[in-house]
Design a protein around this ligand. Structure first.
Ligand code: RB5
Length: 143
């Protein structure tokens, strides 16, 4: 599974930890930045990761900012992206299973690192169940 990961300065430290966690598990990863604590604009990173996922170069994406809100708003502007801000493992599993979410957003100033790692694991372990949920995804696409 190929995963695109990105963060702004608010999520920089968490991105590093999540990247290392997933690398140890053998995932194929690309880090889209940012590469320091210096202030940057989350829509720039969200756009790069969202384009790469929507374009099919990556199976899933992970975006981290202070709250996760800005990243999710920005990523969801890109056609084909269903970005989900999750602060618990149940939502992480269900948004893959029901919403066919393709980008996980995390808030590093809201959610502790241990829980973020559990959320990432739960999200990546789940898959879309299709069926009636596909009909609902189709309706989202038509909005
Ligand atoms: C950056 O200060 C902060 O606004 C950003 O990380 C994020 O929380 C935006 O939604």
């Amino acid at each position: 599974m190929k995963i695109a990961i990105g963060a702004d300065h608010g999520g920089f430290a968490a991105k590093k930890a999540i990247f290392e966690h997933l690398q140890e598990k053998g995932f194929e990863l690309k880090d889209f930045g940012t590469h320091s604590e210096e202030s940057c604009d989350y829509p720039d990173i969200a756009h790069e990761v969202a384009k790469a996922v929507a374009g099919g170069q990556f199976d899933l994406g992970i975006l981290i900012c202070g709250t996760g809100v800005g990243m999710s708003i920005a990523a969801n502007k890109v056609p084909g992206i269903r970005a989900s801000l999750c602060g618990d493992t149940y939502s992480a599993r269900m948004t893959r299973n029901h919403n066919d979410s393709n980008i996980l957003c995390l808030g590093a100033r809201v959610t502790g690192l241990g829980l973020m790692l559990d959320i990432v694991d739960a999200y990546l372990a789940e898959s879309f169940s299709g069926g009636r949920h596909q009909r609902r995804i189709d309706k989202i696409e038509q909005l």
